[in-house]
Design a protein around this ligand. Structure first.
Ligand SMILES: Cc1cc2nc3c(=O)[nH]c(=O)nc-3n(C[C@H](O)[C@H](O)[C@H](O)COP(=O)(O)OP(=O)(O)OC[C@H]3O[C@@H](n4cnc5c(N)ncnc54)[C@H](O)[C@@H]3O)c2cc1C
Length: 322
């Protein structure tokens, strides 16, 4: 059994599903599972962390933590870990987790396994699997030496557990010394999209250069709406100005691991595959039967997206109605 700390992530007053995945995986392995919850006026969220497996919640509230900042998070988290000496510290491999975890690892003088897609708890140790070479191979890593083992885990990789609302957690109020911060986040300006983020959605419908215009992405959005999915894009589509960069999937975009990834008119270049090949089920629609995307696809349609996508959307609508 290990002592596992999960750094909770939340936005707009809601905890992220990826945090529940980490708590659930740790609790299911019989570990002593703690959460660290940072923010300002976020105490209510502690209850929900308990529902997913947190036995203790280290609650750090401060005005300087109202909006995420890597400096403030690092300064608040590090002393808690130093005094509690957990075996394992987990965070989601989101832009936030990718930002503060390396800093925390450096402060603790320990290693970090980033972008893990599998975790195995073995006593007080973990073995983690992470994709390398743009997803062409997977390595298994373990930690040598003393100190906590830090890992960030890709969203949707572990699967969220069902909440048990009868569970409660001990709340430990922690005061952080956040004096002398060199940076302050004043405002977060949101993008216009009201859709789920590609990294968190369990279904992603993506379009490529073949969409030919931003306007044509409406048909991708329509399918996404029926499925409750996020809209993704290849870099070629983003570079052409059809979609904002936040939707880009791939090596220089976002890494996604949804239950279902539908690639519409995307060739499947290695840099795109790096961002989506760990998706559970991949569907590809492409006019070119030799397109590399078909090598990773579970289901493929050789056809024109301008005919296949609207037809598929209609069928999905019918299925949903019934
Ligand atoms: C350093 C580096 C980083 C990169 N990072 C990324 C990244 O993060 N993400 C990413 O996506 N790319 C990335 N790329 C670019 C990548 O190499 C490809 O150029 C890009 O993914 C191609 O996008 P695409 O598949 O939309 O376009 P194309 O390669 O032009 O493919 C279009 C596909 O659509 C098909 N098609 C055409 N018309 C239709 C139709 N009517 N119906 C159905 N199918 C049709 C074609 O057969 C073709 O397979 C990177 C490249 C480099 C060098």
């Amino acid at each position: 059994m290990a002592k596992v700390f999960v750094i909770a992530e939340h936005r707009d007053g809601r905890l992220k599903k990826s945090t529940f995945e980490l708590l659930g995986a740790s609790a299911a392995a019989g570990n002593e599972t703690h959460a660290i919850l940072l923010g300002d006026g976020v105490a209510e969220l502690a209850k929900e962390l308990a529902h997913y497996g947190a036995q203790k919640v280290h609650l750090i509230q401060d005005a300087a933590l109202k909006l995420y900042s890597s400096e403030a998070y690092t300064k608040a988290i590090t002393p808690v870990l130093k005094s509690a000496s957990p075996d394992i510290v987990l965070a989601s491999h989101t832009p936030t987790g990718r930002d503060f975890m390396p800093r925390v690892a450096a402060r603790l003088g320990v290693g970090l396994a980033s972008d893990c897609t599998q975790l195995a708890f073995e006593g007080s140790k973990i073995k983690a699997r992470r994709p390398v070479y743009a997803g062409k191979a997977t390595v298994e890593v373990e930690f040598l030496g003393a100190g906590p083992q830090l890992a960030t885990v890709r969203a949707n990789a572990l699967g969220a557990p069902k909440p048990d609302t009868s569970r409660t957690a001990e709340i430990l109020n922690v005061t952080a010394d956040l004096s002398g911060l060199k940076t302050k986040v004043i405002e977060v300006v949101k993008g216009a999209s009201g859709r789920p983020d590609v990294t968190e959605a369990s279904i992603v419908v993506s379009g490529g250069r073949s969409l030919k215009s931003a306007d044509n992405f409406k048909m991708i959005e329509e399918m996404a709406d029926v499925l409750g999915a996020a809209v993704g894009a290849s870099r070629a589509a983003v570079d052409a100005g059809y979609r904002p960069h936040r939707d880009q999937v791939g090596q220089t975009g976002k890494v996604v691991s949804p239950a279902l990834y539908i690639a519409c008119g995307i060739s499947g270049a290695i840099q795109h595959l790096a961002g989506m090949r760990t998706s559970k089920v991949i569907v590809a629609i492409n006019t070119d039967a030799e397109a590399p995307i078909f090598q990773v696809a579970d289901y493929g349609v050789v056809g024109d997206i301008f005919a296949v996508v609207p037809a598929l959307t209609q069928e999905l609508k019918k299925l949903k109605e019934h």
